[in-house]
Design a protein around this ligand. Structure first.
Ligand code: MF3
Ligand code: CO
Ligand code: CO
Length: 255
């Protein structure tokens, strides 16, 4: 597949899809507390996306994924399947929402805590958040994908955490996952040159221990090999003439 450049009309549709995805995360935050199951969080998001937003939850049936959102708790790195798991006080989880509206995808994820987070989870989440933003701030026409990866990797490793290599950000638009791959490690000045009108995600997965991951037998759930905590944040971003526009800012980021 080749990289798609979005025209003005397509950019507007990406803005709408991005805003809807972020609004799902704004909505679900209040429900994340000890005692709730990840399956309940999925059901609430599914109802909101389909019933209130008149949008489509992109994960549902995507390559056989069985639910509408991903819920990745503690040592789960990504693609956790919502189900019977009940959250307990101190659990940290990533909720990843992708909606399709008018044919275009908006993809975003954030970290949430059930009750009071541990010091380690709080710190890991904070560094993952900062690394995502340092990557986003590299985006501009003429810059290279390696600039993003290098910025993310440098910040994570300076803080003695590790960057997951097997999963990455991606181009996004009428397809969920488009070219290019957006690696969260690398060397500045290398890789594809960015152009105005590209839309991509930056979504670093950061582990408290080693970077190695393994896939569980369900074919989806990715966990850290050493069972250390993992954290992730994700935004969908448009490359503009002057740099970038984040399409999935939450109500709190927009103020
Ligand atoms: N939202 C994920 C991403 O950021 C992809 C989830 S694919 C699914 O790319 F099938 F697990 F939903
Ligand atoms: Co994504
Ligand atoms: Co996502």
């Amino acid at each position: 597949m080749t990289v798609t450049i979005k025209n003005e009309e397509q950019r507007d549709k990406m803005r709408v899809a991005g805003r809807l995805a972020s609004e799902v995360l704004d909505m679900i935050g209040d429900y994340v507390k000890p005692g709730v199951t990840t399956g309940e969080l999925d059901r609430i998001c599914h109802e909101y996306i389909t019933g209130v937003q008149n949008a489509v939850p992109a994960p549902l049936n995507y390559r056989g994924f069985p639910r509408s959102i991903c819920t990745s708790v503690n040592h789960v790195v990504c693609h956790g399947i919502p189900g019977d798991k009940t959250l307990k006080a101190g659990d940290a989880l990533n909720i990843d929402v992708t909606v399709i509206k008018d044919g275009f995808h908006g993809d975003t994820s954030r970290m949430f805590f059930a009750g009071k987070p541990t010091v380690q989870a709080q710190r890991l989440s904070q560094i993952a958040f900062e690394s995502m933003w340092l990557g986003i701030k590299e985006l501009a026409p003429g810059k290279h994908l390696g600039d993003v990866g290098a910025a993310v990797q440098k910040h994570v490793e300076k803080n003695r955490f590790s960057v997951v290599r097997e999963y990455c950000g991606h181009g996004i638009g009428e397809s969920f996952h488009e070219d290019p791959q957006v690696l969260h490690y690398g060397k500045a000045g290398t890789g594809m040159e960015l152009r105005e009108g590209m839309t991509l995600t930056v979504e670093p997965m950061v582990n408290a221990g080693k970077a190695n991951v393994k896939l569980l037998p369900d074919g989806w759930t990715v966990v850290t090999k050493d069972h250390s905590l993992s954290a992730q944040w994700e935004h969908t971003v448009l490359i503009t003439a002057g740099g970038y526009e984040v399409l999935t800012l939450g109500a709190n980021d927009r103020r």
